[in-house]
Design a protein around this ligand. Structure first.
Ligand SMILES: *Cc1c(COP(=O)(O)O)cnc(C)c1O
Length: 561
């Protein structure tokens, strides 16, 4: 009996200890799994960022925490808050009309107004605020992509005809559906992919956000990627960061070559790993108008079976015409671009999976219009949103918006028909000539400044090579002469995106720029808005946090009636 019990109990003990053993093994396995995945994450992060910039990041992070702690001390906090409050009032006073005499329309009029009243009131409001920058003078960078005096009529006529139309209901507005499909088809041919697919969107940002969403879905379904990452040049548009932020995608920002301003391919290669869903290249980028090496990026995308989005939002209706317009080579502002051919950047490059093209930039379409294109219709399907079980009915929509303005589609279609290939070719010739003239003038006759890279299209950015000249101060002096240019960071620089409005006043721009450089050298005020904002942003580790607070105050002020 006892031997039986003994045997049984020893069996049980063995079983228990065996179980304990497996439990222990499991615990160890789990421990190593956690260590392994986190090491992998750290390793991938180090590969993408490099050891030096990771250490700089850590240093910055620590410095930021320390300064923030100091700023939280009651005395400092009070000082910061008073300064912020002052800045906020300053921002509001610039944007929102002040005083007891301002008429505000804060609730619905109890009785509807007449059409005459509306026109008069709009005129009065225009006069009440005045405008600091008169866009018709042409003295501004980008912002208004004007298609000439007749274009306004063409667009308004299209708006009027299709005022209430909504492409969400193609059975009610069949012509709008057809025009939308034709806009996409025309762009696909322009970017050499007639058999591809695409959709219209509300602007470049939506095109980019949609392309990122499409690649994320594609990678999840085709490759099982659940922790997506994307590899993006730091010169790419902020819309990519925005998309990564919205969709929780890990974002690797890759530096550009300091001379050519093209993305550093070695760093791109290092950042690619098993979770990468897509690469990005710009043709051309917003900050300095340079073009990333798209064929090389395409080869990398193909090798790793991942996507490559080429951002042609700004290049739009300029870059497809460069060759024909006689600009098949890069300019040579740096001594590195001499007689180098502009390579292919569209769907002819193997590996390119999507392209965004803003009809509302150099296409001269009304604002709120862009196109996102894919290599094939299969890829486009990952952009769609479908809900077959919605209580409100089967719901299917191609992009972010539900209801959409058919009038914008009609306006865009009309603008493209009105311009035609010859119109866009002529606009490319005059705009790119204008940009090259500015770049050449800076290179040849303004020794204090240099052009960033060898921008092939419409944008020219310049930085200072003289310790006596702060380029942001030059931007502020230009502002005093009526020019509205863009300030840039890393390095501090200023750019102009030439438009048709810039073309007739290019000589004045160059003359004003020379004067501004001299004035900035002789009498720097240090008070202009470019110096203030970008000076603050780069002043210390918490600079960006402070600028973010100011930017938030700015956004709040936009909605102050
Ligand atoms: C303008 C622009 C975009 C998108 O901008 P939207 O203002 O949303 O139309 C994207 N990329 C580049 C390079 C741009 O210049």
């Amino acid at each position: 009996m006892s031997s039986v019990v003994q045997k049984a109990s020893s069996n049980v003990r063995a079983a228990v200890s065996q179980r304990a053993l497996t439990f222990d093994k499991l615990k160890t396995a789990l421990f190593f799994y956690v260590v392994w995945t986190n090491s992998l994450k750290l390793y991938r992060h180090l590969c993408a960022r490099g050891i030096a910039s990771t250490l700089t990041d850590v240093y910055k992070w620590v410095a930021q925490k320390v300064i923030l702690l100091v700023l939280r001390m009651p005395k400092m906090k009070k000082k910061v808050e008073t300064e912020m409050a002052k800045a906020k009032i300053d921002i509001e006073s610039k944007l929102v009309p002040q005083g007891p005499n301002v008429i505000r329309h804060l609730s619905l009029p109890s009785q509807g107004k007449t059409s005459d009243w509306i026109t008069q009131e709009m005129q009065r409001m225009d006069e009440e605020m005045g405008n600091e920058v008169d866009w018709r003078s042409g003295k501004l960078s980008g912002a208004v992509y004007h298609g000439g005096p007749d274009m306004e009529q063409i667009i308004v006529a299209a708006f009027q005809r299709y005022c209430v139309s909504n492409p969400l209901h193609p059975d009610v507005f069949p012509a709008v559906r057809k025009m939308e499909a034709e806009i996409v088809a025309m762009c696909l041919r322009m970017y050499n992919n007639p058999d591809g697919a695409g959709t219209t969107t509300s602007g470049g940002t939506e095109s980019i956000v949609m392309a990122v969403k499409t690649h994320r879905e594609w990678a999840r379904l085709e490759k099982g990627i659940t922790e997506p990452e994307m590899v993006v040049p730091e010169s790419a548009h902020a819309a990519f960061d925005k998309a990564a932020d919205y969709f929780k995608i890990k974002f690797h920002s890759i530096p550009v070559d300091p001379v050519t301003r093209q993305v550093d391919l070695k760093r791109v290669k290092r950042a690619i790993n098993a979770n990468t869903i897509m690469l990005v290249g710009s043709a051309v980028n917003f900050p300095d108008g340079n073009m990333d090496p798209i064929p090389e990026l395409g080869a990398l995308a193909k090798k790793h079976n991942i996507g490559l989005h080429v951002d042609c939002c700004l290049g739009s209706f300029i870059v497809p015409f460069l060759d024909e317009a006689g600009f098949s080579e890069f300019p040579d502002f740096t001594g590195t671009g001499g007689r180098k051919k502009v390579p292919l950047f569209d769907f002819r490059v193997p590996g390119v999976t999507s392209i965004s093209c803003d009809t509302h930039k150099y296409g001269f379409a009304p604002k709120g219009s862009s196109v996102v294109m894919y290599r094939n219709a299969e890829l486009r399907r990952h952009q769609y949103y479908l809900n077959p079980e919605w209580m409100g009915g089967v719901y299917a929509s191609p992009s972010l918006a539900g209801s959409r303005p058919g009038s914008l589609i009609a306006g865009t279609w009309a603008a493209m028909q009105y311009m035609g290939r010859d119109g866009y070719l002529a606009s490319c010739k005059s705009i790119v000539s204008c940009a090259r003239k500015i770049g050449q003038a800076i290179t040849d006759s303004i020794p204090e400044l240099y052009v960033l890279g060898n921008p092939p299209a419409s944008v020219v950015a310049f930085a200072s090579r003289s310790p006596q000249v702060n380029v942001l101060e030059v931007g502020d002096k230009m502002r005093q002469k009526g020019w509205h240019l863009n300030g840039l960071m890393r390095p501090a620089a200023v750019h102009i995106a030439c438009t048709r409005l810039t073309v007739p006043i290019v000589d004045q721009f160059i003359a004003d720029l020379k004067d501004s450089v001299n004035e900035a050298k002789l009498s720097p005020s240090g008070q202009g808005s470019m110096v203030a904002v970008y000076g603050l942003g780069t002043s210390s580790a918490v600079g960006p946090k402070m600028v973010s607070r100011l930017a938030t105050a700015f956004l709040d002020a936009l909605y102050k009636a």
